[in-house]
Write a new protein. Structure first.
Ligand code: PEP
Ligand code: MG
Length: 913
């Protein structure tokens, strides 16, 4: 609060104590009511009690600071004066509403009470003053019903199916032969009021309060109390709204949209917020109160189609108000209004919520209309970077999705790991997926697995979407599908996958291989059956090339926005890609290099050779097997250099534990594999089995992986380094500029990188000597275990660049397995143990601290050290913003997240200017 002893902020009659700047104290609604009053928009007078009082109320057993009562009494007087009506008056009674309003809107989560001030006397006065007895008694019965529910908690008890007031209302309608509430007469409504009051008395043991001041205070208490109701708490958790904010409480004179024919109530938008088209639009109801629009009892009419004819003057007033508000706020507004006898009153305005499609269109249009500048268009509140996703992914047809929900086809939920929407036939193995794809390439498939391993890759490639029962946001399935731009849900824990029976089930619902299933990677929802999907225009233009840029307005606006983004962004954006096609897509999305090529993914097309390498005991035999892999790797790398055409390419040496390529599970699941390997290696089947068993590790992610592989089997590193350099020489000979960056994984000790760097240099020198060419290259390291961050100064003596592998760094910093945290993270989130999923958004306090230490240490040795991030966090807007602040040079993320990272980087650059 600006003034510590000021607890009440009045607005009305063209003057206001507050303003739009005071959102933190007055909440969005209160701040904007004050602002509208200031700029001459007609608003019923009222006052706002700030959020700080809500916090006081919560912290002090429902009591208020001294002085509040007096200030409220004073403000009520002012309201009476401006409105020319008085609380409790027997001639012209003032009625007020009492509404919640937090800093950010939390639609429908907290409480509201309307028509406060009515009692047996004032209801008569209202009848006379309005000349409408039915209206007066209807207002009174609505008041008792709302106050009874919200304040006195007269609700359906356990075992009761109906709200007690609704039950009485229904009974009255039946007895009166009335179809609608509005068919009841004044007498019937008066009887209903008596019945409602009797119900309150019988349920609470107390009379319904008559004193308007008592009513107001009880309603204020209920509004503050509703900040902590379950609904509100859950909503805040979902939307990352701090519990400490509190809600403000707005007490405001009532105006009535249900006083007859020249009356109406409605909600409107100054532009369309689903696709962003200009023009005032919204819903209204003639002769109705605001809650009727929301309650859905009567179907509202559309402002843009019929209001102009029904109430031309009102339409004109609304259009003018809309323009005034847009010009003032420089933003699309979402308003609530009431028309009382031909006069439009505004009850609320706020920046409208919108889809990603609308956000981009509106921001670009507002710039082109001269209302805002490009830097304003890029503000994070206008276009949350993540919302760009909607423009890049197929989505479910909204109507189709609602239909599926209403038909009870929601099967289960998991972690939303790869955005987009996909419908397809269930297949449970990669082989089956490939077979079906080869038979009917146009038939979409969803690969459903308990979890995925790298060898499922071939199946993932041909599937439209991936669904797994286990795993978290940085599990293999998640990161590979994001890299491929596939829709993916992981960790759908309720789902049981039975490979033998060829079924998946959740509770009693069983689906078979070949049945249709639909997954929403934005929300984690899984539906049975088919839901229609729509493709992305931006992707059709940039990637599929099925639409020309000039034919797509959506694409043109996207392109204009991204031009501004690149003008203001200082952080580089690279991509995680292992194949030329992924690299080409990423470049189309604006990637400036490859920040991570995981070489192991390439090996899955050459399992026979790699298994031979793993099973070899004798170094000479191993060398032989490794050499067979060289040409494949060389070809893969050359493809990447060509695709990136002069941009830097970071290639990481082999990283995963070897059991991912060969384990006892593989031998079990693939009959004949042991025999085939025995023949290939000329050893016995028993020998194959015993060597495979030796590879078993209890904790492979902390086992023999990363640079530990290249240190124990140096011939692997030597082969990879040779393949990289030979590919670079080959590409350079074709006129392509190459910038290879060789990256050593999982380094903790300087000695580890020293060891690997020596092998790489030796291999490179040999290639250069053989070919008579030299290539400039760098050797760097991933920083993905805490020790590397802590000793980064030493490591930077050898490493020429750093890249934070925040998947492993999170896993090792938190001691939380990236593959197993799905089992408890839901509980952690629900109980506010962690503010978000640490594998999706960097844990800035812990992992972030290690990153800062790593940056400082590295640059203390090499002031110009190039530093990036290539964990999955590189595509998460909050993490990208953190990386900008931490002084990184670039982030690297999956191709489809490149535009999102670019936008987030620009937003942070502008915010920290
Ligand atoms: C990481 O650990 O963040 C990383 C990029 O490596 P990977 O996910 O392949 O372990
Ligand atoms: Mg890693």
């Amino acid at each position: 609060m600006a003034d510590e002893s000021k607890y009440v902020y009045f607005f009305g009659g063209g003057e206001a104590d507050g303003s739009a700047e005071m959102k933190n104290s007055l909440g969005g609604k209160g701040a904007n009511l004050a602002e509208m009053t200031r700029i001459g928009v007609q608003v019923p007078a009222g006052f706002t009690i700030p959020t700080e009082i809500c916090n006081y109320y919560s912290d002090n057993d429902g009591t208020y600071p001294e002085g509040l009562r007096e200030q409220v009494a004073e403000a009520l007087k002012q309201v009476e004066e401006v409105m020319g009506a008085e609380l409790g008056s027997k001639d012209n009674p003032l009625l007020v509403s009492c509404r919640s309003g937090a800093r950010e809107s939390m639609p429908g989560m907290m409480d509201t009470v309307l028509n406060i001030g009515l009692n047996e006397q004032t209801v008569q006065a209202l009848a006379e003053h309005s000349g409408n007895e039915t209206f007066a008694w209807d207002s009174y019965r609505r008041f008792i019903q709302m106050f009874g529910d919200v304040v006195l908690e007269v609700r359906a008890r356990e075992g009761e199916h109906h709200d007690p007031f609704e039950a009485l209302l229904e009974a009255k309608k039946t007895a009166a032969g009335a179809q609608y509430d509005s068919d009841l007469t004044a007498e019937q409504l008066q009887e209903l009021v008596a019945e409602f009051k009797a119900e309150v008395k019988s349920r609470t043991g107390q009379d319904f309060p008559d004193d308007p001041i008592d009513q107001i205070w009880a309603a204020i208490g209920a509004v503050f109390g509703s900040w902590n109701n379950d609904r509100a708490v859950v909503y805040r958790r979902d939307y990352g709204i701090p519990h400490s904010w509190g809600t403000a409480c707005n007490v405001q004179a009532m105006v009535f949209g249900n006083l007859g024919d020249a009356c109406a109530t409605g909600v409107g938008l100054t532009r369309d917020c689903s696709m962003g088209a200009p023009g005032f639009n919204g819903d209204y109801l003639m002769n109705a109160q605001g809650e009727d629009v929301v309650a859905g009892i009567r179907t509202p009419k559309r402002i843009e189609t019929s209001l102009k004819d029904e109430m031309p003057e009102v339409y004109e007033q609304l259009e003018t108000i809309g323009k005034t508000l847009e010009n003032h706020y420089k933003e699309v507004q979402d308003i609530e209004f009431t028309v009382q006898k031909g006069r439009v009153w505004l009850l609320q305005t706020r920046n409208a919520k919108r889809t990603g499609f609308a956000a981009v269109r509106i921001a670009v249009d507002l710039v082109n209309e001269g209302l805002i500048t490009p830097t304003q268009a890029l503000e994070k509140r206008r276009i949350p970077a993540d919302d760009l996703n909607q423009l890049l992914q197929p989505i479910f047809d909204p109507a189709g999705k609602v239909e599926a929900q209403e038909a009870g086809r929601l099967l289960t939920r998991g972690i939303n790991a790869g955005p987009g929407a996909a419908s397809g036939r269930i297949c449970l193995t990669a082989e089956e997926a490939e077979r079906l794809y080869n038979e009917t390439p146009d038939e979409p498939l969803i690969l459903v697995r308990r979890e995925t391993s790298p060898e499922d890759l071939r199946g993932m490639r041909v599937a439209q979407g991936i669904l797994t029962a286990f795993g978290g946001a940085s599990s293999h399935a998640a990161l590979v599908s994001r890299q491929m731009g596939k829709t993916c849900i992981v960790g759908a824990n309720e789902m049981n996958v039975d490979y033998e029976a060829g079924t998946i089930s959740v509770g009693d619902t069983v689906l078979n291989t070949g049945d249709w299933i639909s997954i929403d990677g934005f929300t984690g929802e899984v539906f049975t059956g088919q839901v229609t999907t729509k493709s992305s225009e931006v992707v059709d233009v940039l990637i599929h090339k099925t639409q020309a840029p000039e034919d797509s307005e959506a694409y043109q606006r996207f392109a204009q926005l991204m031009e501004w983004v690149d003008e203001y962004r200082t952080l580089g954006v690279r991509t995680n890609a292992d194949q030329p096609d992924q690299a080409i897509e990423a470049v189309a999305f604006g990637a400036e290099g490859i920040g991570l090529c995981r070489t192991e993914h390439m090996f899955f097309s050459h399992l026979a050779e790699i298994r031979e390498m793993i099973l070899a005991r004798d170094p000479a035999i191993r060398q032989d097997a490794v050499s067979k892999l060289l040409p494949f790797q060389r070809e893969d790398f050359a493809g990447l250099f060509r695709a990136m055409d002069g941009r830097p390419v970071t290639i990481r040496l082999l990283d995963p534990p070897l059991h991912e390529f060969l384990s006892e599970r593989h031998l079990e699941e693939q009959p004949g594999l042991a025999e085939a390997l025995a023949t290939q290696l000329d050893i016995s089947v028993e020998e194959v089995r015993s060597r495979t068993a030796e590879l078993h590790e209890e904790n492979p992610m902390l086992g023999h992986r990363g640079c530990r592989l290249g240190i124990v089997f140096p011939e692997i590193t030597a082969m990879q380094a040779r393949a990289i350099m030979e590919a670079a020489v080959e590409a350079q000979a074709d006129g392509i500029t190459v910038h290879p960056e060789v990256m050593v994984p999982l380094v903790g000790y300087q000695a580890e990188i020293d060891h690997q760097a020596a092998i790489v240099r030796e291999a490179a020198d040999a290639v250069f000597a053989e070919t008579g060419t030299t290539i400039s290259y760098q050797i760097g390291t991933m920083i993905e275990v805490p020790r590397a961050a802590l000793r980064s100064d030493e490591i930077a003596e050898t490493a020429e660049f750093f890249s934070f592998g925040t998947n492993d760094l999170t896993q090792t910093c938190l001691g939380m397995s990236r593959d197993d945290y799905g089992g408890f993270i839901g509980h952690y989130r629900e109980n506010d143990i962690v503010p978000h999923d640490p594998f999706q958004s960097i844990d800035q306090g812990g992992v972030g601290r290690l990153i800062e230490l790593g940056v400082a240490g590295g640059r203390s040795t090499r002031s110009e050290l190039k530093i990036g991030i290539c964990g999955e966090h590189g595509g998460d807007p909050a993490s990208v913003m953190f990386c900008h602040r931490a002084g990184l040079n670039y982030v690297s993320c999956s191709p489809y997240r490149v535009p999102i990272a670019r936008l987030a980087a620009a937003q942070e650059a502008l915010a920290s200017e």
